[in-house]
Design a protein around this ligand. Structure first.
Ligand code: SF4
Length: 193
């Protein structure tokens, strides 16, 4: 395995917003400059904070299903980078987890993205990652997902794979019918056999 670059060590030691976190900082990310696929999500939940493993839940199972990736492929840092908009669990509010800490992306994101020199395809999940990776031209997440061909094959926005998002999937059957098969083919092409 190649040596970790200093950048990842800096991120892991980050304490920038510790006063606003519910627990001591624990950045949860998967990163290697060799990664070809980037999954840009929101922020780790409490379970990921405790285990240190992102997407190790029903959301992760659904996401891996959409992408056609096994767990081994998904957690191979040499090919897949997992960079949420906030690296530490931000805490819980009245209607679920709080948004990613706003200090995180300005501090780390562009340096990490610049280091992904083999990046071929970016999967963007949720509206905070949407705003960063697509800008704010489109208001609605659904509208941006529907317009997936605009940025194909460079990047795509997905709805959140949480089981709580079942209603969105029901209302938008075209997503799993039309987009998911094309997405799986693109991911297979990037990941290789
Ligand atoms: S959320 Fe980001 S900025 Fe805040 S302590 Fe964690 S790594 Fe640092």
């Amino acid at each position: 395995m190649s040596a970790k670059p200093p950048l990842i060590d800096e991120v892991r030691a980050c304490r920038i917003c510790q006063d606003n976190l519910p627990f001591p900082p624990r950045p949860i990310l998967q990163f290697s400059p060799s990664a070809r696929l980037l999954i840009a999500g929101q922020a780790p939940g409490k379970k990921a904070h405790q285990s240190g493993v992102p997407f190790d839940d029903a959301s992760g199972d659904r996401l891996r299903g959409w992408l056609g990736l096994s767990r081994a492929q998904f957690y191979d840092e040499q090919t897949v980078a997992l960079l949420p908009m906030g690296f530490c669990f931000p805490g819980t509010g009245t209607s679920g987890d709080l948004p990613p800490r706003p200090e995180c992306a300005p501090a780390w994101r562009s340096a990490l993205l610049d280091a992904l020199t083999h990046l071929e395809f970016t999967i963007v999940i949720g509206r905070y990652a949407q705003a960063y990776h697509f800008g704010t031209r489109r208001q609605s997440l659904t509208e941006q997902v529907q317009a997936w061909r605009e940025h194909w094959p460079e990047k795509v926005l997905l709805p959140h794979p949480s089981p709580r998002n079942q209603l969105w999937l029901k209302r938008n059957p075209w997503f799993e019918r039309d987009l998911v098969p094309v997405l799986q083919a693109r991911v297979a092409d990037v990941i290789g056999p």
